[in-house]
Write a protein that binds this ligand. Structure first.
Ligand code: PLP
Length: 385
């Protein structure tokens, strides 16, 4: 409905800008599990809150609008959204999935779906021949995540969608790292967009939530059925917190991404750092594709020390970032993928994916970038001691 506005205006002036009945400028929190039916014969929009609740619906409408979809779904975590979307598949189906997928998705695919007879093959999504080669007659889904976590590899969304469509496969895209502010996978032909709204959409490290968005009405109907069948729904307080976070999404994303670029370039000049992974850097192999399909390079980067020893010392000496699992918050978050996001991955698999013992991931927040660099510089100096 608000296609005519630029995104930061849309974030504020959407269909839930004011509450129809009361004029409230903040979406009311409807703590109601069930809704009175005024007519014996025909029920209203809301019946029982597992199916739909006005507060959750407001968030679902907002994310659908931002992603250019027809329907959104709010879940209590990113993993709840991802695992429910996988239920669109059936026993005997096969998934082609990016090898550097989020650790929790890796765990779900390898340890849960496999048990129910849904198979998978991990591929390097940047190698299109390899993707095509692993599509079998029973392949029903190609699953992508771009930029990937934590090595920031870039998947060419349009190319993968074209390959998937040739073979009648669905495409899912985890859009957590960029959000619709920077990347809109549905516009590029993806069928289901998935989010951990715990990250940038919420943005303040204060809520866990997941979102799914579809464009196709029939897929939307099937996902709505699964959402209600699993009962994996986001509560109203948390829906409201995500809605509030989304209001500042673009200003946060822009500021953090700008700082990420500055920090990535600076880290590249440091001899203590073995490698820097950020799709905005000239030497990043995915830079061109990233710039074609997205509006920015994002706020997450990773960098590598020669060994665990230096990574540990850096983390112990840095003062500003929080050292924690997660990303996409107002405060800068430093994490150690080997034991955090990818702790559930066998060591051999992890190393194969370039997630070495010296790798750190940085999600840049809203601190003044000069303070961050000064802090990192003093921490790097301690490596020489
Ligand atoms: C965090 C994350 C998830 C999982 O989301 P939760 O909200 O933690 O369940 C999925 N994908 C990516 C890329 C993530 O960063």
């Amino acid at each position: 409905m608000s296609e005519q506005y630029h995104i930061q205006t849309k974030l504020l002036h959407n269909s839930h800008k004011v509450h129809q009945e009361t004029g409230a400028v903040s979406v009311p929190i409807h703590h109601s599990s069930t809704f009175h039916q005024y007519s014996f014969d025909s029920f209203g929009d809301y019946e029982y809150a597992r199916g739909s609740n006005p507060t959750r619906k407001a968030l679902e409408d907002v994310i659908a609008d931002l992603e250019g979809g027809t329907r959104g779904f709010a879940f209590p975590s990113g993993m709840a959204a991802i695992s429910t979307a996988f239920m669109l598949l059936s026993k005997g189906d096969h998934i082609v999935i990016t090898e550097d997928v989020y650790g929790g998705t890796y765990r779900f695919v390898t340890e849960v779906l496999e048990k129910y007879g849904i198979e998978h093959t991990f591929v390097d999504m940047t190698n299109h021949e390899e993707v095509e080669k692993h599509i079998n007659p029973n392949t029903k889904l190609v699953y992508i995540e771009t930029p990937s976590n934590p090595t920031l590899k870039i998947t060419d969304i349009k190319k993968i969608v074209a390959i998937a469509k040739t073979h009648n496969c669905l495409t899912f895209c985890d859009n957590t790292f960029l959000t619709p502010v920077f990347q809109r996978p549905l516009d590029l032909g993806v069928d289901v967009v998935l989010h951990s709204a715990t990250k940038f959409l919420g943005g303040h490290s204060d809520v866990m939530a997941g979102l799914a968005v579809v464009k196709d009405v029939e897929i939307g109907r099937r996902l709505a059925f699964l959402h209600n069948a699993f009962g994996s729904i986001l509560g109203v307080q948390d829906s409201w917190i995500v809605l509030r976070g989304i209001k500042t999404l673009q200003v946060r994303m822009n500021a953090s991404s700008q700082s990420a670029m500055t920090i990535a370039k600076w880290l590249q000049t440091r001899e203590e750092v073995k490698a820097v992974y950020y799709p905005g850097l000239e030497n990043h192999p995915g830079k061109n594709i990233q710039e074609q399909q997205s509006k920015s390079h994002g706020a997450v980067l990773s960098f590598e020390f020669p060994s665990r020893f230096q990574a540990k010392k850096f983390v112990e000496n840095v003062k500003l970032p929080v050292f924690a699992v997660s990303l996409g918050a107002v405060e800068t978050i430093l994490s150690y993928p080997a034991t955090m996001s990818h702790g559930s991955m066998p060591e051999e698999e992890r190393l194969k994916r370039g997630i070495s013992d010296g790798l750190l991931r940085l999600s840049v927040g809203l601190e003044d970038v000069n303070d961050l660099i000064e802090d990192f510089e003093q921490a790097l100096r301690t490596l020489k001691d």
